[in-house]
Design a protein. Structure first.
Length: 318
Protein backbone atom coordinates (compact mmCIF):
# COMPACT_ATOMS: atom_id res chain seq x y z
CA UNK A 1 0.00 0.00 0.00
CA UNK A 2 2.82 2.34 0.92
CA UNK A 3 4.50 1.60 -2.42
CA UNK A 4 1.31 2.42 -4.33
CA UNK A 5 0.98 5.75 -2.51
CA UNK A 6 4.60 6.65 -3.26
CA UNK A 7 4.20 5.66 -6.92
CA UNK A 8 1.04 7.73 -7.27
CA UNK A 9 2.73 10.74 -5.70
CA UNK A 10 5.71 10.35 -8.01
CA UNK A 11 3.47 10.16 -11.09
CA UNK A 12 1.57 13.25 -9.97
CA UNK A 13 4.81 15.19 -9.54
CA UNK A 14 6.04 13.97 -12.92
CA UNK A 15 2.81 15.14 -14.58
CA UNK A 16 3.17 18.58 -13.01
CA UNK A 17 6.73 18.70 -14.27
CA UNK A 18 5.65 17.79 -17.80
CA UNK A 19 3.02 20.54 -17.80
CA UNK A 20 5.49 23.08 -16.40
CA UNK A 21 7.99 22.37 -19.19
CA UNK A 22 5.34 22.20 -21.90
CA UNK A 23 5.59 23.21 -24.67
CA UNK A 24 9.20 22.90 -25.81
CA UNK A 25 8.48 23.24 -29.54
CA UNK A 26 5.77 24.67 -31.83
CA UNK A 27 2.34 23.06 -31.71
CA UNK A 28 0.52 21.94 -34.85
CA UNK A 29 -3.04 23.28 -34.82
CA UNK A 30 -5.21 21.47 -37.37
CA UNK A 31 -8.09 23.57 -38.72
CA UNK A 32 -11.12 21.90 -40.28
CA UNK A 33 -11.86 24.46 -43.01
CA UNK A 34 -9.89 26.63 -45.49
CA UNK A 35 -8.10 29.92 -44.76
CA UNK A 36 -10.31 33.00 -44.28
CA UNK A 37 -13.20 30.95 -42.91
CA UNK A 38 -14.57 31.17 -39.38
CA UNK A 39 -12.49 28.28 -38.08
CA UNK A 40 -9.30 29.78 -39.45
CA UNK A 41 -9.91 33.32 -38.18
CA UNK A 42 -10.88 32.24 -34.66
CA UNK A 43 -7.98 29.79 -34.37
CA UNK A 44 -5.41 32.41 -35.34
CA UNK A 45 -7.01 35.06 -33.11
CA UNK A 46 -6.72 32.84 -30.04
CA UNK A 47 -3.45 31.28 -31.12
CA UNK A 48 -1.70 34.64 -31.32
CA UNK A 49 -2.36 35.28 -27.63
CA UNK A 50 -1.56 31.71 -26.62
CA UNK A 51 1.84 32.06 -28.30
CA UNK A 52 2.67 34.99 -26.04
CA UNK A 53 1.93 33.03 -22.85
CA UNK A 54 3.17 29.58 -23.87
CA UNK A 55 6.43 30.81 -25.32
CA UNK A 56 6.00 28.66 -28.43
CA UNK A 57 4.15 29.34 -31.64
CA UNK A 58 1.59 27.36 -33.62
CA UNK A 59 1.89 25.81 -37.05
CA UNK A 60 -1.58 26.34 -38.51
CA UNK A 61 -2.51 23.42 -40.72
CA UNK A 62 -5.71 23.94 -42.73
CA UNK A 63 -7.10 20.56 -43.77
CA UNK A 64 -10.46 21.20 -45.43
CA UNK A 65 -12.52 18.49 -47.04
CA UNK A 66 -15.45 16.18 -46.36
CA UNK A 67 -17.01 18.84 -44.11
CA UNK A 68 -14.27 18.54 -41.51
CA UNK A 69 -13.89 14.75 -41.51
CA UNK A 70 -10.34 14.93 -42.91
CA UNK A 71 -9.15 17.33 -40.20
CA UNK A 72 -10.89 15.51 -37.37
CA UNK A 73 -9.47 12.16 -38.49
CA UNK A 74 -5.96 13.63 -38.46
CA UNK A 75 -6.43 14.94 -34.93
CA UNK A 76 -7.90 11.68 -33.66
CA UNK A 77 -4.99 9.65 -35.04
CA UNK A 78 -2.18 12.05 -34.09
CA UNK A 79 0.43 11.17 -31.43
CA UNK A 80 -0.84 11.85 -27.92
CA UNK A 81 2.12 14.06 -27.00
CA UNK A 82 0.38 17.45 -26.80
CA UNK A 83 1.90 18.78 -30.01
CA UNK A 84 -1.17 18.31 -32.22
CA UNK A 85 -4.25 20.34 -31.36
CA UNK A 86 -7.51 20.31 -33.28
CA UNK A 87 -10.05 23.04 -33.91
CA UNK A 88 -13.33 21.31 -32.99
CA UNK A 89 -16.60 22.73 -34.29
CA UNK A 90 -20.17 21.69 -35.01
CA UNK A 91 -19.33 19.51 -38.03
CA UNK A 92 -17.87 16.98 -35.59
CA UNK A 93 -21.27 16.53 -33.95
CA UNK A 94 -22.91 16.13 -37.35
CA UNK A 95 -20.30 13.66 -38.57
CA UNK A 96 -20.88 11.45 -35.55
CA UNK A 97 -24.63 11.64 -36.28
CA UNK A 98 -24.66 11.29 -40.07
CA UNK A 99 -21.70 9.11 -41.01
CA UNK A 100 -21.96 5.49 -39.84
CA UNK A 101 -18.49 4.31 -40.87
CA UNK A 102 -16.19 7.02 -39.50
CA UNK A 103 -12.66 5.97 -38.55
CA UNK A 104 -12.96 7.88 -35.28
CA UNK A 105 -15.41 8.60 -32.48
CA UNK A 106 -15.77 11.04 -29.62
CA UNK A 107 -13.66 8.70 -27.48
CA UNK A 108 -10.68 9.49 -29.73
CA UNK A 109 -10.54 13.12 -28.58
CA UNK A 110 -9.46 14.79 -25.35
CA UNK A 111 -11.64 17.95 -25.19
CA UNK A 112 -9.66 20.97 -24.04
CA UNK A 113 -12.00 23.97 -24.06
CA UNK A 114 -15.07 25.53 -25.60
CA UNK A 115 -14.02 28.89 -27.04
CA UNK A 116 -17.08 30.52 -28.61
CA UNK A 117 -20.60 30.05 -29.90
CA UNK A 118 -22.16 31.66 -32.95
CA UNK A 119 -25.62 31.41 -34.50
CA UNK A 120 -26.53 30.92 -38.14
CA UNK A 121 -28.45 33.30 -40.34
CA UNK A 122 -30.11 33.23 -43.74
CA UNK A 123 -28.34 35.39 -46.31
CA UNK A 124 -29.13 36.29 -49.93
CA UNK A 125 -27.49 38.43 -52.60
CA UNK A 126 -27.96 42.17 -52.13
CA UNK A 127 -30.10 42.46 -55.27
CA UNK A 128 -32.49 39.68 -54.34
CA UNK A 129 -36.02 41.19 -54.20
CA UNK A 130 -36.76 40.10 -50.62
CA UNK A 131 -36.12 41.68 -47.23
CA UNK A 132 -37.23 39.09 -44.70
CA UNK A 133 -37.78 35.36 -44.24
CA UNK A 134 -41.44 35.34 -45.27
CA UNK A 135 -40.71 37.23 -48.49
CA UNK A 136 -37.85 34.80 -49.16
CA UNK A 137 -40.16 31.79 -48.86
CA UNK A 138 -42.73 33.34 -51.21
CA UNK A 139 -39.98 34.20 -53.70
CA UNK A 140 -38.46 30.70 -53.48
CA UNK A 141 -41.83 29.06 -54.12
CA UNK A 142 -42.35 31.15 -57.24
CA UNK A 143 -38.90 30.32 -58.60
CA UNK A 144 -38.84 26.68 -57.53
CA UNK A 145 -36.99 24.54 -58.48
CA UNK A 146 -34.47 27.04 -59.84
CA UNK A 147 -33.45 28.55 -56.49
CA UNK A 148 -30.05 27.27 -55.30
CA UNK A 149 -28.24 27.43 -51.98
CA UNK A 150 -24.62 26.97 -50.98
CA UNK A 151 -23.22 25.03 -48.06
CA UNK A 152 -19.81 24.17 -46.63
CA UNK A 153 -20.36 20.53 -47.57
CA UNK A 154 -22.99 17.80 -47.73
CA UNK A 155 -24.17 16.82 -44.27
CA UNK A 156 -22.81 19.96 -42.63
CA UNK A 157 -24.57 22.50 -40.44
CA UNK A 158 -25.27 24.89 -43.34
CA UNK A 159 -26.77 22.09 -45.41
CA UNK A 160 -28.86 20.77 -42.54
CA UNK A 161 -30.11 24.24 -41.58
CA UNK A 162 -31.48 24.94 -45.04
CA UNK A 163 -32.99 21.46 -45.32
CA UNK A 164 -34.85 21.99 -42.05
CA UNK A 165 -36.01 25.45 -43.10
CA UNK A 166 -37.14 24.54 -46.61
CA UNK A 167 -39.09 21.50 -45.36
CA UNK A 168 -40.77 23.55 -42.64
CA UNK A 169 -41.65 26.32 -45.14
CA UNK A 170 -42.44 23.92 -48.02
CA UNK A 171 -40.23 25.20 -50.84
CA UNK A 172 -37.76 23.43 -53.14
CA UNK A 173 -34.08 24.32 -53.57
CA UNK A 174 -31.00 22.93 -55.25
CA UNK A 175 -28.12 22.17 -52.85
CA UNK A 176 -24.68 23.27 -54.08
CA UNK A 177 -21.96 22.00 -51.67
CA UNK A 178 -18.57 23.74 -51.45
CA UNK A 179 -15.29 22.92 -49.78
CA UNK A 180 -15.78 25.33 -46.88
CA UNK A 181 -18.06 28.26 -46.13
CA UNK A 182 -15.85 31.00 -47.60
CA UNK A 183 -16.09 29.61 -51.15
CA UNK A 184 -19.87 29.39 -50.99
CA UNK A 185 -20.14 32.93 -49.68
CA UNK A 186 -17.98 34.22 -52.53
CA UNK A 187 -20.28 32.58 -55.06
CA UNK A 188 -23.30 34.11 -53.32
CA UNK A 189 -21.65 37.54 -53.59
CA UNK A 190 -20.97 36.80 -57.26
CA UNK A 191 -24.59 35.83 -57.90
CA UNK A 192 -23.85 32.20 -58.78
CA UNK A 193 -26.06 30.83 -55.98
CA UNK A 194 -29.18 32.37 -54.45
CA UNK A 195 -28.86 31.85 -50.70
CA UNK A 196 -26.85 30.36 -47.88
CA UNK A 197 -27.25 29.58 -44.22
CA UNK A 198 -24.02 30.78 -42.70
CA UNK A 199 -22.71 31.73 -39.29
CA UNK A 200 -22.36 35.40 -38.45
CA UNK A 201 -18.53 35.62 -38.61
CA UNK A 202 -18.52 34.23 -42.15
CA UNK A 203 -21.06 36.74 -43.43
CA UNK A 204 -20.67 39.91 -41.37
CA UNK A 205 -18.06 41.67 -43.57
CA UNK A 206 -20.24 41.11 -46.64
CA UNK A 207 -23.37 42.31 -44.82
CA UNK A 208 -21.62 45.49 -43.67
CA UNK A 209 -20.29 46.10 -47.18
CA UNK A 210 -23.78 45.75 -48.68
CA UNK A 211 -22.86 42.79 -50.86
CA UNK A 212 -25.44 40.49 -49.26
CA UNK A 213 -28.61 40.85 -47.17
CA UNK A 214 -29.30 39.03 -43.92
CA UNK A 215 -32.95 38.00 -43.56
CA UNK A 216 -33.28 36.18 -40.23
CA UNK A 217 -31.19 34.86 -37.36
CA UNK A 218 -31.44 31.28 -36.04
CA UNK A 219 -31.06 32.21 -32.38
CA UNK A 220 -33.29 32.71 -29.36
CA UNK A 221 -32.47 36.41 -29.12
CA UNK A 222 -31.06 39.11 -31.36
CA UNK A 223 -27.29 39.64 -31.43
CA UNK A 224 -25.40 42.66 -30.20
CA UNK A 225 -23.50 42.88 -33.45
CA UNK A 226 -26.68 42.84 -35.62
CA UNK A 227 -29.39 44.31 -33.38
CA UNK A 228 -31.70 45.17 -36.29
CA UNK A 229 -31.84 41.57 -37.59
CA UNK A 230 -34.94 39.66 -36.40
CA UNK A 231 -34.82 36.06 -35.29
CA UNK A 232 -36.66 33.36 -37.20
CA UNK A 233 -39.14 33.16 -34.34
CA UNK A 234 -39.90 36.87 -34.76
CA UNK A 235 -40.36 36.18 -38.47
CA UNK A 236 -42.92 33.46 -37.85
CA UNK A 237 -40.67 30.38 -37.88
CA UNK A 238 -39.77 28.63 -34.59
CA UNK A 239 -36.23 27.96 -35.68
CA UNK A 240 -33.74 28.71 -32.91
CA UNK A 241 -31.66 25.56 -32.43
CA UNK A 242 -28.80 26.14 -34.82
CA UNK A 243 -26.15 27.89 -32.73
CA UNK A 244 -22.70 26.66 -33.71
CA UNK A 245 -19.67 26.29 -31.49
CA UNK A 246 -15.90 26.35 -31.65
CA UNK A 247 -13.42 24.70 -29.35
CA UNK A 248 -10.13 22.86 -29.10
CA UNK A 249 -9.25 19.21 -28.49
CA UNK A 250 -6.17 17.03 -28.34
CA UNK A 251 -6.08 13.40 -29.42
CA UNK A 252 -7.16 11.04 -26.64
CA UNK A 253 -4.33 10.00 -24.37
CA UNK A 254 -2.58 13.36 -24.01
CA UNK A 255 -1.48 13.71 -20.36
CA UNK A 256 -4.17 15.35 -18.25
CA UNK A 257 -1.71 17.93 -16.96
CA UNK A 258 -1.05 19.14 -20.52
CA UNK A 259 -4.78 19.21 -21.34
CA UNK A 260 -5.40 21.29 -18.22
CA UNK A 261 -2.48 23.62 -18.97
CA UNK A 262 -3.77 24.38 -22.47
CA UNK A 263 -7.33 24.77 -21.19
CA UNK A 264 -6.22 27.21 -18.48
CA UNK A 265 -4.31 29.27 -21.04
CA UNK A 266 -7.36 29.43 -23.33
CA UNK A 267 -9.49 30.52 -20.38
CA UNK A 268 -7.01 33.31 -19.66
CA UNK A 269 -7.04 34.45 -23.29
CA UNK A 270 -10.84 34.56 -23.41
CA UNK A 271 -10.88 36.95 -20.44
CA UNK A 272 -8.89 39.54 -22.41
CA UNK A 273 -11.05 42.49 -23.40
CA UNK A 274 -9.54 42.78 -26.88
CA UNK A 275 -10.15 39.10 -27.64
CA UNK A 276 -13.75 39.30 -26.41
CA UNK A 277 -14.29 42.39 -28.53
CA UNK A 278 -12.81 40.74 -31.64
CA UNK A 279 -14.96 37.64 -31.25
CA UNK A 280 -18.15 39.67 -30.65
CA UNK A 281 -17.43 42.06 -33.51
CA UNK A 282 -16.88 39.07 -35.79
CA UNK A 283 -20.29 37.70 -34.84
CA UNK A 284 -19.49 35.22 -32.10
CA UNK A 285 -20.09 35.02 -28.38
CA UNK A 286 -17.05 34.08 -26.25
CA UNK A 287 -17.82 31.17 -23.94
CA UNK A 288 -15.31 29.10 -22.00
CA UNK A 289 -15.88 25.56 -20.74
CA UNK A 290 -13.09 23.41 -19.32
CA UNK A 291 -12.24 19.84 -20.35
CA UNK A 292 -14.95 17.96 -18.45
CA UNK A 293 -17.69 20.49 -19.16
CA UNK A 294 -16.74 20.71 -22.84
CA UNK A 295 -16.82 16.91 -23.12
CA UNK A 296 -20.38 16.93 -21.77
CA UNK A 297 -21.27 19.81 -24.10
CA UNK A 298 -20.15 17.69 -27.07
CA UNK A 299 -22.19 14.71 -25.92
CA UNK A 300 -25.24 16.93 -25.48
CA UNK A 301 -24.76 18.53 -28.91
CA UNK A 302 -24.59 15.16 -30.64
CA UNK A 303 -27.80 14.11 -28.87
CA UNK A 304 -29.46 17.41 -29.84
CA UNK A 305 -28.67 17.07 -33.55
CA UNK A 306 -29.71 13.43 -33.95
CA UNK A 307 -33.49 14.09 -34.11
CA UNK A 308 -32.94 17.17 -36.29
CA UNK A 309 -30.96 15.12 -38.80
CA UNK A 310 -33.77 12.57 -38.90
CA UNK A 311 -36.40 15.29 -39.31
CA UNK A 312 -34.52 16.93 -42.18
CA UNK A 313 -33.75 13.64 -43.89
CA UNK A 314 -30.26 14.95 -44.60
CA UNK A 315 -27.36 12.70 -45.50
CA UNK A 316 -23.79 13.26 -46.67
CA UNK A 317 -25.03 12.64 -50.21
CA UNK A 318 -27.98 15.05 -50.64
Amino acid sequence: MRFVQIAAAWLACAAVGVAADYPTKPIRWIIDFPPAGVSDILTRTVGQKLTESLGQGFVYDNRPGANGVIANALVAKAPADGYTLGFISQPLSLQLTLVPDLSFGLKDFAPVALIAEYPSLLVVHAKTPVDNAKEFVAWAKKRSPSISYASSGAGGAQHLAMELFRKAAAFDALHVPYNGSAAGMLDLVGGRVDAVFVNVPGSLPHIRAGRVKALALAARTRMRVLPELPTFAESGYPFDTLAGFAGAAFPAGVPRAIVNRMSDEIARVLKLADIQERIVNAGGEPRYLGPAAFAQYLRDDIARWAPLVKEAGATTRN
